[in-house]
Design a protein around this ligand. Structure first.
Ligand code: K1U
Ligand code: ZN
Length: 180
């Protein structure tokens, strides 16, 4: 198991469309383990492989409450097969946009088809936090971020803030290299 770095905006890799997994093998199982370690460490309740720079359609999630046993779930090649017409609004966060939270409106209920790590196909109906989190993570596999669902004004403001921070971090690293 390995703790991986989580990509932050404006990293362009977050905009890639991830590739479907063709074969669930030891490499995919090791990837899921690294993703859980990284997600629990962050901490977060979900993570898509592209957030650690791997453009494969793999999502991990754990929606258990603090006082409950861990409930890890893996979704390989998750696909939304049905969306309700009713919408609902939930506050969302993203480990690739740390400490920024906004309300997002999405379909209230969805059906999702996916494979587990044994290659078995499942189809589930989700609502509440599971529906929100699945839609957020499936968006990641398609290069879509939750800030794409908020106003342009708010999105531009948060992208500008993180772009400035990334430039400052790069300049600091360059200065340290010159010093050494
Ligand atoms: O995909 C991600 O970036 C992870 C994200 C998932 C998510 C959260 C809320 C709504 C939709 C999707 C996070 O986990 S953000 C962190 C977070 O929500 C959290 C962290 C610690 C405890 C409880 C929640
Ligand atoms: Zn996210």
């Amino acid at each position: 198991m390995a703790l991986r770095d989580i990509l932050k905006i404006p990293d362009k890799r977050l905009r890639l469309v991830s590739e479907p997994v063709m074969r669930i093998d030891a490499g995919i199982r090791a990837l899921a383990e690294d993703m859980f370690e990284t997600m629990y460490d962050a901490p977060g309740i979900g993570l898509a492989a592209i957030q650690i720079g791997v453009a494969k359609r793999v999502v991990v999630m754990d929606l258990s409450k603090k006082d409950e046993a861990q409930a890890p779930q893996v979704f390989v090649n998750p696909e939304i097969t049905w969306r309700s017409e009713e919408l609902s609004t939930h506050e969302e966060g993203c480990l690739s946009i740390p400490e920024y939270y906004e309300e997002v409106e999405r379909p209230q209920r969805i059906k999702v088809k996916y494979l587990d790590l044994d290659g078995k196909t499942h189809e589930i109906e989700a609502d509440g936090l599971l529906a929100t989190c699945l839609q957020h993570e499936i968006d990641h596999t398609n290069g879509v971020l939750f800030i794409d669902h908020i106003s342009k004004l708010k999105r531009d403001r948060v992208v500008k803030k993180f772009t400035k921070a990334a430039k400052a971090e790069k300049a600091e690293k360059t200065a340290k290299k010159v010093e050494a």
